[in-house]
Design a protein around this ligand. Structure first.
Ligand SMILES: [Cu+2]
Ligand SMILES: [Zn+2]
Length: 231
C-alpha cells in the first residue's frame, strides 16, 4: 500500500509557518524547521519524501469486498469524528469543511458547510476512492468509493456506491449547508471505512444516472482524516 500527503499552503500562509516554528516530526520521520521549508517550491520538493511505501499494512483500508476485509484487515485507527477540509481545484473558488460523526444505530451523520459556490445552484457531493489530491483537477481522487461493487445511485437508493451523498444546494450568496445521515459507511470500522478517502464536490448536479451521476468537473476536493476533538 502507498500513502500520499499533498502539502497545501493552508488557509492563511502565516498559520502554516507558525505551526512549523518548532521542529516538527513529519510522518516520514524527518525533522523540519520553518527555515528549511519557507517557500512553496521547497514544500513541493518535500512531497517526494512523504510518499511512503508501507508493508505489511498497518493501516489497512479495504479495497476488496467487505467480507474478505473482515477476515484480513486490522482496523487500528481510533477516531471519534472525521473531517475533510475542501480546497478548490484549479480555476475554482469553492472551499468548505465536511464532518462525519457517529449517529444512532451505527449510522454516520455528515455535515458540510461550503462557500464560494455559484449562487442558487446544485452540486453533487461524493466520497471518491483515493485521498490523493496530487492533480490540480481533482482527478487523482479516482472513481466513486465503491467497495461493495454496487451501481451508482442517489441516497434514496439502498444499493449505491458507499459515498453517494447526492446533492447540496447553494443559496444566493454561494454558501451551502448540507446534512445527511447514512447507514452504509463507517468512520474507520469494518463497513466501508471512509478514513483516508477523497471528498469531491462537482460542478453539476448528480442526476442518479450510471455510471457516476453525470456530475461534471470536480470543483473542490479534500481528504477525510481524523478530526481534532478540541475543535
Ligand atoms: Cu464525485
Ligand atoms: Zn457513485
Amino acid at each position: 500500500m502507498i500513502l500520499v500527503a499533498v502539502l497545501n499552503e493552508g488557509p492563511g500562509s502565516g498559520k502554516c509557518e507558525t505551526a512549523l516554528d518548532q521542529p516538527t516530526t513529519c510522518v516520514c520521520g524527518t525533522n523540519l524547521r520553518t527555515s528549511e521549508m519557507r517557500t512553496k517550491a521547497q514544500l513541493s520538493s518535500i512531497l517526494a519524501s512523504l510518499i511512503l511505501t508501507v508493508g505489511p499494512p498497518l493501516l489497512s483500508i479495504a479495497e476488496e469486498p467487505v467480507d474478505e476485509a473482515m477476515e484480513s484487515s486490522p482496523v487500528i485507527v481510533d477516531a471519534t469524528e472525521l473531517v475533510a477540509v475542501l480546497s478548490p481545484t484549479e480555476g475554482n473558488q469553492t472551499t468548505g469543511v465536511v464532518t462525519f460523526k457517529p449517529a444512532d444505530k451505527g449510522k454516520v451523520a455528515i455535515e458540510a458547510r461550503l462557500t464560494g459556490l455559484p449562487p442558487n445552484s446544485t452540486h453533487a457531493i461524493h466520497i471518491h476512492q483515493y485521498g490523493d489530491l496530487t492533480s490540480k483537477d481533482g482527478k487523482s481522487a479516482g472513481d466513486h468509493y465503491n467497495p461493495m461493487h454496487h451501481p451508482h445511485g442517489l441516497p434514496d437508493k439502498e444499493n449505491r456506491h458507499a459515498g453517494d451523498f447526492g446533492n447540496l444546494e447553494s443559496d444566493q450568496n454561494g454558501n451551502a449547508d448540507f446534512k445527511l445521515t447514512v447507514d452504509n459507511i463507517s468512520l474507520a470500522g469494518r463497513l466501508n471505512p471512509i478514513i483516508g478517502r477523497g471528498l469531491v464536490v462537482h460542478a453539476k448536479p448528480d442526476d442518479g444516472s450510471q455510471p457516476t451521476g453525470n456530475a461534471g468537473d470536480r470543483i473542490a476536493v479534500g481528504v477525510i482524516g481524523v478530526k481534532n476533538p478540541k475543535d
